[in-house]
Write a protein that binds this ligand. Structure first.
Ligand code: COA
Length: 761
């Protein structure tokens, strides 16, 4: 075989009377242009070779085709028509065509299989049409053939949820015709030979009607109503209902036209573009810039957690859920007992809800060993400290862990804001040290920010990334600064939230507007759930480190609520009251905010529009994102979008703050920041525009496309070695800050004191 032949991802070879068509396009056999062209050519070759009695379609590598190449939906001339014509020819063949599935037959892969006359799967295969997760509907007749294979009801459910069916369920549903043990090629061949011997006829799904027996007459009308009401921001949901209705009520060719029109609209929709962006952002986040090749993760069989409070106990659960034995250390017997009781209660609640089997509860509880003895951590390969957000306490704990843990063990902090460099130094083994910032709830949330200190060893980073994947989470690497990516941006967002409250916007209105914008939760409700004490302590700790602006109104609301003992849900009152556990608007909060506004000379507004509320929160968020990129804290724009969509409730159909910035248009964002600086005054630099954002707005470039300049030529060759700034890691610019000087590292941009006010609040 020549090199040119090897580059073609589809081959056809003869095995007796059978043609073996193999797709070999690693890693997941996605349908690239070359793959579709290769398929076209090899199907034509089969059509032309009348000596072949049948065709077996199979895939090399870890999976059958896992879908259309998602990147190709962005092509301006994208159309599914060429692929669909090949599928039509496969189905029309007078000679038998069988697909043998393994791995994950998804999207265009399952659609290929549905065009074949028979489909078989090896055990362990999973099938699905997950296009909805990308804001799309199946566009290669999956919406038309799947209902004909398994009925409109199940087909609609599978397409609306995007969930996969295992091989057994697919067999029971009629999506595959048999399960065949063994290697896919041999098993498929054996099955096709049996069909040929038995003179089985071709079966074409397009000639069948979709079973709808038992469905109520208004089945589709109600499904469409639900899709448009409950998933209004995901237009693909309604499109899927319409396509499946067409499959159930129209001849195949007409259904095909309906599907094509709906697909074109979905592909072009901003929601789908955003979701496709996040698909690649998530995978890109797993690649850590600057890691030397050949790094392997450290062994990780046992873990420890220090602190059995809200975060610590949930981190322990997350580790146990992934099968890791965990030693959970507390300072007092009472706190340990409370932590373990809470873990058990949560597992039992999951079992009562049917999410866990009783034996799973026992197994997971058995993996968590509580103790008051730090010595029990000596055998652990990873220990995560999760004590309260107090620098002095965390330094003590890290120092103790540095002495206790065995050589090579990784020591991590779950701090959500504090300086990881200081803690790394306290531990005495900075190369073994990293931040692992789990979002609350640590066992349910999707995000872990992996904080890379200046000395963090490459294999520590690699181990952290592997661990996140093992826990089923998305890991994003961040540099060191106050709050890392997520909480640093949240600080700007919450700062403006509080100014709006002091200007007279009620918590209920603020939350309603931001929820209507798409946030999973408004800022007030979010703080009530997280705990006002947690929110206030972050501000107080930053103040202790000298990082706060000299603005007495800064985060005055959260600090006052904390002082008043209004700790949020846990104390029955925070921004809201919680008489029965549910939030109820509290006039007292509005009085507190109004009094604070008066005390700080903040003018009350009666003309606040929803648009201004959104811009006042989202534009600073975007501005802070640009600053994080300039400073090299975030490696890539898409990492910021991952952090905010996976961990901070930013709507995925808006793609994340950076993606949103480009959708709004950087010149408009910049003009908005300038307008609010004039309106609100800018004595504390809150509205200073990131030079990067300003430059890109000027040049008409997108923030999403920005990449850090390559490291300076004089960077040492061993820059990625422990203790050095990793090669390729975005350089820290001379621009703003991370932590204030007296906390350890670089200079604070909010240290220089107030500018003369341009206008008073
Ligand atoms: N198009 C293009 N690239 C794809 C792809 C697709 N449909 N599916 C996966 N990939 C790429 C990923 O980007 C990744 O590339 P990278 O290594 O360069 O980052 C690589 O294949 C492996 O994917 P990953 O998700 O990391 O592997 P996994 O084993 O965890 O999961 C799948 C494999 C197939 C289950 C998962 O990738 C998936 O769900 N893919 C999307 C399937 C889909 O939506 N199909 C319908 C498309 S219309």
């Amino acid at each position: 075989m020549s090199d040119a032949d090897k580059a073609v991802p589809v081959s056809l070879v003869r095995h007796g009377r059978i043609g073996l068509l193999c797709i070999d396009h690693p890693p997941v056999n996605a349908l690239s242009v070359a793959t579709v062209a290769g398929l076209d050519a090899k199907v034509a070759a089969f059509e032309a070779d009348s000596s072949l009695d049948g065709l077996l379609i199979w895939c090399a590598g870890r999976t059958f085709v896992a879908g259309g190449d998602i990147a190709q939906f962005d092509a301006p001339d994208f159309t599914a028509a060429p692929y669909n014509r090949i599928l039509a020819r496969i189905e029309a063949s007078e000679r038998l065509v069988v697909a043998v599935l393994h791995g994950t037959a998804l999207g265009g892969g399952l659609e290929l299989a549905l065009a074949c006359h028979y489909r078989v799967a090896v055990p362990g295969t999973r099938v699905g049409l997950p296009e909805i997760k990308l804001g799309l509907l199946p566009g290669s007749l999956g919406s038309q053939r799947l209902p004909r294979a398994c009925g409109a009801d199940l087909a609609l459910d599978l397409m609306l949820s995007g969930r996969m069916l295992d091989a057994e369920a697919a067999l029971a549903a009629g999506i595959v015709d048999a399960l065949v043990p063994g290697e896919p090629l041999a098993a498929g061949l054996h099955f096709l030979e049996g069909l040929l011997e038995g003179l089985a006829p071709p079966r074409r799904l397009s000639t069948l009607s979709a079973p709808v027996a038992g469905l109520p007459p208004d089945f589709f009308a109600r499904a469409l109503q639900r899709a448009t009401q409950e998933r209004a921001r995901y237009p693909a949901a309604a499109a899927i209902v319409q396509a499946v209705e067409a499959a159930a009520t129209l001849p195949f060719a007409e259904g095909e036209a309906v599907e094509a029109a709906l697909l074109a609209a979905c592909v072009a929709s901003p929601e789908s573009r955003a979701l496709r962006h996040l698909f690649f952002a998530e995978r890109q986040a797993a690649r850590v810039p600057g890691l030397p090749s050949g790094i392997t993760p450290r062994a990780l069989h046992t873990a420890g957690v220090v602190g059995a409070g809200t975060m610590g106990r949930r981190i322990a659960m997350s580790l146990a859920d992934a099968g890791l034995p965990v030693t959970l250390v507390e300072a007092s017997g009472a706190a340990l007992a409370e932590g373990l009781a809470s873990v058990r209660a949560q597992y039992e609640a999951s079992a009562a809800a049917g999410w866990l089997q009783p034996d799973q509860v026992a197994r997971r509880m058995g993996l968590i060993a509580g103790t008051l003895d730090y010595g029990a951590l000596a055998g652990c390969e990873l220990v995560i400290e999760a004590v309260v957000e107090d620098m002095a306490l965390k330094q003590q704990v890290c120092a103790r862990l540095g002495q206790t843990c065995k050589p090579g063990a990784i020591i991590a902090t779950n701090t959500s804001t504090l300086d990881v460099e200081v803690l790394a130094e306290a531990c005495g083994r900075p190369h073994d040290f990293a931040g692992l910032h789990f979002r609350n709830p640590a066992n349910g949330g999707r995000l872990i920010e992996v904080v890379r200190g200046s000395a963090t060893a490459p294999d520590v980073l690699m181990t952290a990334m592997h661990l996140a994947r093992r826990l089923g989470k998305v890991a994003v690497v961040t540099g060191v600064c106050f709050g890392f990516i997520g909480n640093r941006m949240a600080e700007a967002y919450l700062r403006e939230s509080e100014f709006l409250l002091m200007e007279g916007v009620s918590p209920a209105r603020l939350d309603a507007v931001m929820q209507a914008y798409g946030m999973a939760m408004g800022p007030c409700r979010m703080l009530d759930l997280a705990g006002i004490d947690t929110g206030a302590r972050i501000v107080l700790e930053y103040g202790k480190a000298g990082g706060l602006p000299p603005d007495p109104a800064y985060r005055a609301v959260v600090r006052t609520l904390f002082m008043l003992g209004r700790l949020g849900c846990k104390s029955g009152a925070g921004y809201y009251r919680y008489p029965d556990g549910e939030p109820v608007a509290d006039p007292e909060t509005e009085r507190i905010c109004a009094a604070l506004g008066r005390a700080h000379g903040i003018a009350r507004r009666t003309d606040m529009t929803d648009a201004e509320i959104i811009e006042r929160l989202i534009f600073p968020l975007i501005n802070e994102a640009a600053k994080l990129l300039e400073e090299g804290v975030a490696c890539r724009p898409a990492d910021i979008d991952m952090v905010w969509t996976a961990g901070y409730g930013f709507p995925d159909y808006l793609g994340g703050p950076v993606w949103q910035a480009d959708s709004i248009g950087l010149p408009r964002v910049k003009a908005g920041l300038e307008r609010y600086a004039r309106l609100r005054g800018n004595p504390y630099d809150y509205w200073d525009i990131s030079p990067l954002l300003a430059a890109l707005a000027q040049s008409g470039q997108r923030l999403s496309d920005w990449s850090a300049p390559p490291p300076a030529a004089e960077a040492p060759a061993d820059a990625a070695a422990p203790g050095g700034q990793a090669q390729g890691h975005a350089p820290i610019s001379h621009a703003p800050i991370s932590f204030p000087p007296d906390s350890r590292s670089v200079q604070s941009r909010i240290q220089s004191g107030p500018k003369p006010p341009q206008s008073v609040h």
